[in-house]
Design a protein around this ligand. Structure first.
Ligand code: ZN
Length: 308
């Protein structure tokens, strides 16, 4: 077991206290592949109450990292209230940064489903509804799932998308040509249950598009070099999925992975340091067998042999 050099016993004690308080499960067994997981470091998760110290585990099988904190807990609202991506004053900037990128995603999705004009799209974790705006401009019926109340209201106010706070609120009869989930799955407490639910809601020729961050190699390298892992690297995520872990998860939920790309054209990054790093890693992602891209987009289809 490798601990962060600055993760003292006091922090670990506090982490145990917080985890116990929230009745979070200790993920000693990986939820994705059932292999044993090892506690590797502790990280703060910010909230309006101050930082919570949370233990992070690494699966010895699929190499996915997971934070021991209950993301389905009502406590999480105290975190999301402070997140930059939920701040309404950032709406215009975030829209500008991702407009061309969302067109790229919509172009990829456009060929899925039926060939008629009555296509629909569901965006899970739809935030301000910017991706749904693009689908709507292309005559899709648009549906969003956004549990954070101010964003949920904003998506309705701006473009009158059909919004739901929870995936379970969607009518069972509604099936989708396109389901997108960009930078959402790693914030979900139980990603397998969510994917199983989506499997029931996708049309036989529909497409599921998932974007995750690609940081396992950074986390592994930092730990190998015995450098501290900070929240800047791990983010506020519940999971840092490995590609192997994602494949297992999708297979278990009844999806097949059709293609994976590390290229995300059109995405602008305001912060100069993050932009430079993203450019360097994107260059490396062109090498065969090497994938150091900042994020991965997985294009998936329902597996007809695996009906949940
Ligand atoms: Zn695993």
């Amino acid at each position: 077991m490798i601990n962060e050099p600055d993760a003292g016993s006091e922090a670990k004690e506090m982490g145990n206290k917080v985890a116990g308080f929230l009745k979070s499960r200790q993920p000693e067994v990986c939820r994705l592949c059932k292999s044993p997981a090892t506690r590797v470091f502790d990280l703060p998760l910010y909230s309006i109450e101050g930082d919570w110290i949370t233990p992070v585990y690494r699966c010895r099988g699929c190499k996915t990292y997971m934070r021991d904190f209950d993301y389905s807990s009502p406590q999480m609202i105290k975190h999301f209230t402070l997140s930059t991506y939920t701040n309404l004053s950032n709406e215009k900037r975030l829209r500008h940064e991702k407009l061309d990128y969302f067109h790229f995603i919509a172009n990829k999705a456009q060929t899925a489903g039926n060939k008629e004009n009555d296509k629909n799209a569901l965006d899970v974790g739809s935030c301000f509804g910017h991706l749904l705006d693009i689908f709507k401009s292309r005559n899709f019926q648009t549906f969003g799932v956004e549990p954070f109340e101010p964003l949920y209201r904003e998506a309705i106010r701006r473009k009158n998308h059909s919004m739901f706070r929870d995936i379970c609120g969607l009518p069972d009869s509604l099936k989708f040509d396109v389901i997108t989930m960009l930078d959402t799955l790693y914030l979900i407490e139980d990603p397998l249950s969510l994917l199983v639910n989506l499997r029931k809601r996708i049309k036989p020729n529909g497409v599921l598009i998932i974007r995750i961050v690609n940081r396992v190699w950074i986390l592994d390298t930092l730990r190998y070099l015995r450098f501290p892992v900070s929240s800047n690297v791990f983010g506020d995520h519940k999971y840092s999925f490995s590609l192997n872990g994602m494949r297992l998860l999708l297979k278990a939920a009844g999806f097949k992975t059709v293609s994976i790309t590390g290229k995300e054209p059109g995405k602008l990054i305001s912060d100069p340091k993050r932009r430079l790093l993203a450019q360097i890693f994107s260059l490396f992602s062109n090498l065969p067998g090497v994938n150091l891209a900042p994020g991965l987009i997985l294009f998936c289809a329902p597996n007809p042999d695996n009906r949940i």
